[in-house]
Write a protein that binds this ligand. Structure first.
Ligand code: SAM
Length: 271
């Protein structure tokens, strides 16, 4: 994909800029989000404002996080401070929790995300699940398929386990390359992520869960006995009733949580 001019703006590849231009698709996405006046919503990467304008129309006020200074200047010219709060900078470093001020408030996060940073941004956003009501994103279809994948499938991996641990997720609909300017090479999909209640999560040590899942999928073709050798001995697998000859892709999210909690409890009893 070459940098190309869209609506007087040269689309920047390094910022993953593919601007939505199909009004029917934009309407479908906004309908799926169902913005209600008074809700606290933030759009990641508003770009040329394809979703920003209809969101502001329904919400009256919107937060946006944008990295591209040229686009920020255009947003400032187009909207008043009553309509938009522009947070200039990198969404990967943005403190989404800072937007939630009241105890009963819950943040809604939306965006046609820059595909070049989709995995790091999803992991960053997962840290704010407590403050969030829901998130609705456009992402590369292949990434969405990995997010919602079931155990035992080729797409199932670290992204599936770590996000499904924290969110209920659903793929809503696909968007073809022709809906964007410039057109990306790949299909896109809309995904909705709803945080699970804190009491359903169940991992005593989430950092440890993350390390175990990373190890289990680090070498996909190896068995758990190999990939988890730093965490689990044969007796540990036996205690959990798990077959160490399986590969990580066969385990459900609950199995990974059980492994992490077993290791955490053993660590505690050893200390
Ligand atoms: N929302 C617009 C649309 O649908 O037409 C633009 C979507 S475009 C795929 C991604 C947007 O995210 C661009 O506006 C880009 O400048 C912005 N962006 C890229 N990297 C970013 C980052 N790290 N933090 C914040 N915004 C970023």
């Amino acid at each position: 994909m070459q940098d190309r001019e869209t609506d007087g703006h040269r689309a920047r590849k390094r910022f993953g800029q593919n601007f939505l231009s199909d009004p029917n698709i934009i309407r479908r996405i906004i309908d799926a989000i169902r913005p209600q006046p008074g809700e606290v919503m933030v759009e990641i990467g508003p770009g040329l404002g394809a979703m920003t304008a209809p969101l502001i129309e329904r919400l009256r006020h919107l937060h946006v996080v944008e990295i591209d200074r040229d686009l920020i200047a255009r947003l400032r010219e187009t909207y008043t401070p009553e309509q938009i709060t522009i947070h200039e900078g990198d969404a990967l470093k943005f403190d989404f929790g800072s937007l939630v001020t009241g105890r009963d408030q819950a943040l809604r996060i939306v965006g046609n995300l820059p595909y070049n940073i989709s995995t790091p941004i999803l992991f960053h956003l997962a840290d704010y699940a407590d403050a969030v009501k829901d998130m609705t994103f456009m992402l590369q279809k292949e990434v969405v398929m990995r997010m919602v994948a079931d155990p035992g499938t080729e797409e199932y991996g670290r992204l599936s386990v770590m996000l499904q641990y924290r969110f209920r997720m659903g793929r809503m609909f696909d968007v073809p390359p022709g809906a964007f300017r410039p057109a990306p090479k790949v299909m896109s999909s809309i995904v909705r992520m709803m945080p699970l209640p804190a009491e359903q999560l169940g991992a005593a040590d989430e950092a440890l869960l993350g390390r175990i899942v990373t190890a289990a999928f680090g070498q996909r073709r190896k068995t758990l006995k190999n990939t988890l050798r730093d965490f689990m001995a044969d007796a540990d697998f036996a205690a959990l009733g798990l077959d160490s000859g399986l590969r990580g892709e066969r385990l459900a999210v609950a199995d990974f949580v059980a492994i992490a909690n077993h290791c955490a409890a053993r660590g505690l009893s050893e200390s």
